[in-house]
Design a protein around this ligand. Structure first.
Ligand code: ATP
Length: 275
């Protein structure tokens, strides 16, 4: 008896830090990034089929490709079995929260279960964020994304805000001033969240300045987040445009998300817990 269909959650990936530390001769950027995963995300369903198919549904489906351009499709092809995929899209696309990469990792996890074997896929070939998205748990990501070290961190309450402008990752890297920036400083020992937040505030997202130059809306989001009560850290994730605010007191994020939604109904606003 084989399983009919497997449903897998594809969490939003948040880069709490993103240091660009170099560039290889083949053009790939070297990164040093602290990544956590949210309890908001997409849902992927995979089922055995005689040929590949993809259906994209959900509130964020508009404009997402439903053919071989979709990373879900590429992941299934790399696995080497035809499947019928349903992608229930809740995360904005081209938003710096790894939508496509997390979806691709969810397809591979689902197919591993469905076919009872490891994917065998060389994960970085599908994208720098795919290896960490396979883990879907707090981690440090280095190299070109292929070095993933799991971390034991306290959960963090955040709000995520996207001004509904898409940002092209290659355009942001192209606009970056320097590619040889310093890596993260050593992380505090132990999972005490206050120490981690102090340390996080001293780190950077090197893509924040070039992305804000390309899309001034990002600067506006960062400013508005910094005005919120009880906020400890405000930063952009990935290559933008989604930004996040971390609160020191647990539970405050829900109220603050409601305030942001009231004041900026045109923006995508979610509250989430990162782990
Ligand atoms: P990252 O945080 O890794 O930079 P991102 O959030 O910037 O990722 P994606 O959401 O993966 O970027 O979307 C980038 C582009 O990839 C989109 O413009 C879209 O056309 C295409 N794409 C391919 N597969 C997907 C998918 N499953 N979901 C959304 N977009 C996808």
């Amino acid at each position: 008896m084989t399983a009919q269909a497997i449903e897998v959650f594809a969490p939003a990936k948040i880069n709490l830090t993103l240091h660009v530390t170099g560039q290889r001769a083949d053009g790939y950027h070297l990164l040093d990034s602290l990544v956590m995963f949210a309890d908001v995300g997409d849902r992927v369903t995979v089922a055995r089929a005689s040929e590949m198919s993809l259906r994209v549904t959900g509130p964020m489906a508009a404009g997402v490709p439903d053919d071989a351009r979709n990373l879900c499709w590429k992941a299934a092809e790399a696995f080497g079995e035809p499947v019928a995929i349903t992608l229930d899209k809740h995360l904005p696309a081209a938003a710096g929260i790894g939508g496509g990469s997390s979806d691709a990792a969810a397809v591979l996890r689902g197919m591993e279960q469905l076919f009872g074997r490891p994917s065998g896929v060389h994960l970085p070939d599908l994208g720098a964020d795919v290896p960490v998205c396979m883990l879907a748990h707090a981690a440090r990501m280095q190299g070109i994304g292929e070095q993933v070290t799991p971390l034991d961190l306290q959960p963090l309450d955040v709000i995520l805000v996207n001004p509904r402008v898409e940002v092209s990752t290659p355009a942001v890297f192209k606009a970056l001033d320097r590619r040889d920036n310093p890596p993260m400083t050593p992380m505090p020992e132990g999972p005490r969240s206050r120490d981690v937040l102090t340390w996080l505030a001293e780190q950077r997202n090197d893509l924040e300045a070039p992305a804000s130059d390309l899309r001034p809306e990002i600067g506006q989001v960062l400013r508005e987040l910094s005005f919120l009560d009880g906020v400890r850290l405000v930063r952009m994730s990935g290559s933008g445009a989604t930004c996040f605010a971390v609160f020191e007191s647990r539970g405050l994020h829900e109220v603050m998300a409601q305030e942001m939604r009231r004041n900026f109904p045109q923006w995508w606003v979610e509250y989430a817990t990162l782990s």
